[in-house]
Write a protein that binds this ligand. Structure first.
Ligand code: GLY
Length: 226
Protein backbone atom coordinates (compact mmCIF):
# COMPACT_ATOMS: atom_id res chain seq x y z
CA UNK A 1 0.00 0.00 0.00
CA UNK A 2 2.83 2.49 0.59
CA UNK A 3 4.41 1.87 -2.82
CA UNK A 4 1.66 3.51 -4.83
CA UNK A 5 1.73 6.95 -3.17
CA UNK A 6 5.53 6.88 -3.33
CA UNK A 7 5.43 6.13 -7.05
CA UNK A 8 2.78 8.79 -7.64
CA UNK A 9 4.94 11.39 -5.88
CA UNK A 10 7.97 10.26 -7.84
CA UNK A 11 6.14 10.64 -11.14
CA UNK A 12 4.84 14.07 -10.11
CA UNK A 13 8.36 15.31 -9.28
CA UNK A 14 9.65 14.03 -12.63
CA UNK A 15 6.74 15.50 -14.64
CA UNK A 16 7.29 18.84 -12.95
CA UNK A 17 10.88 18.94 -14.18
CA UNK A 18 12.80 17.28 -11.36
CA UNK A 19 15.71 15.01 -12.25
CA UNK A 20 15.29 11.25 -12.13
CA UNK A 21 17.37 11.25 -8.94
CA UNK A 22 15.05 13.85 -7.39
CA UNK A 23 12.03 11.80 -8.45
CA UNK A 24 13.28 8.59 -6.84
CA UNK A 25 14.51 10.35 -3.69
CA UNK A 26 11.31 12.30 -3.14
CA UNK A 27 9.09 9.33 -3.91
CA UNK A 28 10.86 7.39 -1.17
CA UNK A 29 10.42 10.36 1.19
CA UNK A 30 6.68 9.60 1.18
CA UNK A 31 7.23 6.15 2.68
CA UNK A 32 9.94 7.37 5.07
CA UNK A 33 7.68 10.09 6.50
CA UNK A 34 4.57 7.92 6.80
CA UNK A 35 4.15 7.04 10.51
CA UNK A 36 1.59 4.36 9.72
CA UNK A 37 4.24 2.42 7.81
CA UNK A 38 6.11 0.22 10.30
CA UNK A 39 8.76 -0.86 7.78
CA UNK A 40 10.40 2.35 6.60
CA UNK A 41 11.65 5.54 8.27
CA UNK A 42 9.63 7.37 10.92
CA UNK A 43 7.43 4.92 12.82
CA UNK A 44 9.56 1.96 11.74
CA UNK A 45 9.82 -1.01 14.09
CA UNK A 46 12.85 -0.49 16.38
CA UNK A 47 15.64 -2.92 17.17
CA UNK A 48 15.70 -5.09 20.29
CA UNK A 49 16.91 -2.10 22.36
CA UNK A 50 14.00 0.08 21.19
CA UNK A 51 16.12 2.14 18.78
CA UNK A 52 15.05 2.69 15.16
CA UNK A 53 18.00 1.97 12.86
CA UNK A 54 17.53 2.66 9.16
CA UNK A 55 19.16 1.30 6.01
CA UNK A 56 18.96 2.94 2.56
CA UNK A 57 20.76 3.30 -0.73
CA UNK A 58 20.49 5.13 -4.02
CA UNK A 59 22.11 4.23 -7.33
CA UNK A 60 22.46 6.24 -10.52
CA UNK A 61 22.92 4.22 -13.71
CA UNK A 62 24.69 7.23 -15.21
CA UNK A 63 28.29 6.67 -14.19
CA UNK A 64 27.31 3.70 -12.00
CA UNK A 65 27.35 5.94 -8.94
CA UNK A 66 25.97 4.87 -5.57
CA UNK A 67 25.54 6.00 -1.99
CA UNK A 68 24.27 4.12 1.02
CA UNK A 69 23.72 4.28 4.77
CA UNK A 70 23.43 1.45 7.26
CA UNK A 71 22.11 1.38 10.83
CA UNK A 72 21.48 5.13 10.71
CA UNK A 73 19.74 6.61 13.76
CA UNK A 74 17.77 9.83 14.31
CA UNK A 75 17.50 10.98 10.70
CA UNK A 76 14.12 11.15 8.98
CA UNK A 77 15.25 10.63 5.39
CA UNK A 78 18.06 8.08 5.08
CA UNK A 79 17.61 8.04 1.29
CA UNK A 80 18.69 11.69 1.20
CA UNK A 81 21.73 10.96 3.35
CA UNK A 82 22.62 8.17 0.91
CA UNK A 83 22.33 10.66 -1.94
CA UNK A 84 24.56 13.16 -0.17
CA UNK A 85 27.16 10.43 0.37
CA UNK A 86 27.01 9.68 -3.35
CA UNK A 87 27.10 13.33 -4.41
CA UNK A 88 29.32 14.95 -1.76
CA UNK A 89 31.76 12.33 -0.51
CA UNK A 90 34.39 10.00 -1.89
CA UNK A 91 32.65 7.01 -0.32
CA UNK A 92 29.78 4.72 -1.20
CA UNK A 93 28.64 3.61 2.24
CA UNK A 94 28.62 5.03 5.76
CA UNK A 95 27.36 3.13 8.79
CA UNK A 96 26.18 3.76 12.32
CA UNK A 97 27.33 6.85 14.16
CA UNK A 98 29.63 7.87 11.29
CA UNK A 99 26.61 8.04 8.99
CA UNK A 100 24.69 10.03 11.60
CA UNK A 101 27.56 12.47 12.12
CA UNK A 102 27.86 12.92 8.34
CA UNK A 103 24.12 13.67 8.12
CA UNK A 104 24.21 16.17 10.98
CA UNK A 105 27.24 17.90 9.43
CA UNK A 106 25.28 18.20 6.17
CA UNK A 107 22.43 19.94 7.98
CA UNK A 108 19.98 17.07 8.48
CA UNK A 109 17.92 17.54 11.66
CA UNK A 110 18.10 15.07 14.51
CA UNK A 111 14.65 13.49 14.79
CA UNK A 112 13.13 10.95 17.21
CA UNK A 113 11.96 8.13 14.92
CA UNK A 114 10.36 5.91 17.57
CA UNK A 115 6.65 6.70 17.74
CA UNK A 116 4.55 6.10 20.85
CA UNK A 117 2.73 3.29 19.08
CA UNK A 118 5.92 1.43 18.15
CA UNK A 119 7.35 2.01 21.62
CA UNK A 120 4.26 0.43 23.21
CA UNK A 121 4.52 -2.54 20.83
CA UNK A 122 8.24 -2.89 21.58
CA UNK A 123 7.57 -2.92 25.34
CA UNK A 124 4.97 -5.61 24.81
CA UNK A 125 7.44 -7.61 22.69
CA UNK A 126 10.03 -7.37 25.50
CA UNK A 127 7.52 -9.03 27.81
CA UNK A 128 6.09 -11.74 25.59
CA UNK A 129 8.78 -12.00 22.86
CA UNK A 130 6.12 -12.23 20.18
CA UNK A 131 7.79 -11.25 16.88
CA UNK A 132 6.17 -8.77 14.46
CA UNK A 133 4.26 -10.42 11.62
CA UNK A 134 6.67 -9.17 8.98
CA UNK A 135 8.61 -6.19 7.75
CA UNK A 136 8.84 -4.61 4.36
CA UNK A 137 10.98 -2.26 2.30
CA UNK A 138 10.52 0.29 -0.42
CA UNK A 139 12.59 -0.22 -3.57
CA UNK A 140 11.74 2.33 -6.23
CA UNK A 141 13.13 2.30 -9.77
CA UNK A 142 12.91 5.16 -12.28
CA UNK A 143 13.53 4.99 -16.04
CA UNK A 144 13.40 8.00 -18.35
CA UNK A 145 13.12 8.17 -22.15
CA UNK A 146 16.91 8.26 -22.56
CA UNK A 147 17.61 4.84 -21.02
CA UNK A 148 18.74 6.53 -17.81
CA UNK A 149 17.85 4.49 -14.72
CA UNK A 150 17.93 5.45 -11.05
CA UNK A 151 16.97 3.26 -8.11
CA UNK A 152 16.52 3.77 -4.39
CA UNK A 153 15.78 1.54 -1.44
CA UNK A 154 14.86 2.32 2.18
CA UNK A 155 13.84 0.30 5.22
CA UNK A 156 13.85 0.09 9.00
CA UNK A 157 14.68 -3.58 8.57
CA UNK A 158 13.83 -6.64 10.58
CA UNK A 159 11.70 -5.69 13.58
CA UNK A 160 13.48 -6.11 16.95
CA UNK A 161 16.70 -7.04 15.14
CA UNK A 162 19.97 -7.14 17.06
CA UNK A 163 21.47 -3.65 17.34
CA UNK A 164 23.78 -3.08 14.38
CA UNK A 165 22.09 -5.64 12.15
CA UNK A 166 22.33 -4.51 8.53
CA UNK A 167 20.05 -6.02 5.91
CA UNK A 168 20.17 -6.17 2.14
CA UNK A 169 18.72 -2.72 1.47
CA UNK A 170 21.92 -0.64 1.73
CA UNK A 171 24.11 -3.28 0.07
CA UNK A 172 24.66 -2.47 -3.60
CA UNK A 173 23.88 -5.61 -5.59
CA UNK A 174 21.73 -7.12 -2.84
CA UNK A 175 18.84 -4.74 -2.14
CA UNK A 176 19.37 -2.73 -5.33
CA UNK A 177 21.33 -2.80 -8.54
CA UNK A 178 21.18 -0.45 -11.51
CA UNK A 179 22.92 -0.72 -14.87
CA UNK A 180 21.93 1.76 -17.57
CA UNK A 181 22.91 -0.68 -20.32
CA UNK A 182 20.71 -3.50 -19.05
CA UNK A 183 18.14 -2.61 -16.41
CA UNK A 184 17.64 -2.52 -12.68
CA UNK A 185 16.27 -4.57 -9.82
CA UNK A 186 15.27 -3.86 -6.24
CA UNK A 187 14.46 -6.33 -3.50
CA UNK A 188 11.99 -6.49 -0.66
CA UNK A 189 11.65 -9.29 1.86
CA UNK A 190 13.91 -10.76 4.49
CA UNK A 191 17.36 -9.28 3.89
CA UNK A 192 19.18 -12.31 5.26
CA UNK A 193 17.78 -14.31 2.34
CA UNK A 194 18.45 -11.61 -0.26
CA UNK A 195 21.99 -10.61 0.70
CA UNK A 196 23.47 -14.09 0.67
CA UNK A 197 22.73 -14.30 -3.05
CA UNK A 198 23.35 -10.74 -4.31
CA UNK A 199 19.82 -11.09 -5.62
CA UNK A 200 19.35 -7.71 -7.34
CA UNK A 201 22.70 -8.01 -9.11
CA UNK A 202 21.77 -11.54 -10.11
CA UNK A 203 18.44 -10.44 -11.61
CA UNK A 204 20.19 -7.76 -13.70
CA UNK A 205 22.82 -10.27 -14.81
CA UNK A 206 20.10 -12.69 -15.89
CA UNK A 207 18.61 -9.87 -17.97
CA UNK A 208 22.07 -9.28 -19.44
CA UNK A 209 22.01 -12.90 -20.56
CA UNK A 210 18.74 -12.20 -22.39
CA UNK A 211 16.05 -13.19 -19.92
CA UNK A 212 12.84 -11.17 -19.77
CA UNK A 213 12.71 -9.11 -16.51
CA UNK A 214 10.03 -11.37 -15.04
CA UNK A 215 12.04 -14.50 -15.87
CA UNK A 216 15.15 -12.88 -14.45
CA UNK A 217 13.38 -12.26 -11.14
CA UNK A 218 12.05 -15.82 -11.05
CA UNK A 219 15.53 -17.24 -11.67
CA UNK A 220 17.12 -14.96 -9.06
CA UNK A 221 14.53 -16.01 -6.48
CA UNK A 222 14.97 -19.65 -7.48
CA UNK A 223 18.67 -19.33 -6.67
CA UNK A 224 17.88 -17.72 -3.32
CA UNK A 225 15.47 -20.44 -2.22
CA UNK A 226 17.51 -23.39 -3.51
N1 GLY B 1 14.73 -6.10 3.12
C1 GLY B 1 14.94 -5.31 4.24
C2 GLY B 1 15.63 -5.96 5.36
O1 GLY B 1 15.53 -7.16 5.55
O2 GLY B 1 16.27 -5.28 6.11
Amino acid sequence: PFGKPANEQSLKVFQEGGSLLDAVERGIHVAEADVSNASVGLGGIPNSEGVVQLDACIMDGEGHRAGSVAALEDILHPISVARRIMDDSKHVMLAGDGARQFALAKGFASTELLTEEREAEWKKWRNDNHPPDNHDTIALLGLDGNHHIVGGCSTSGWGYKLPGRVGDSPIIGSGLYVDNQIGAAGATGLGENVMRHCTSFLAVEYMRQGLHPEEACVEAIRRAIA
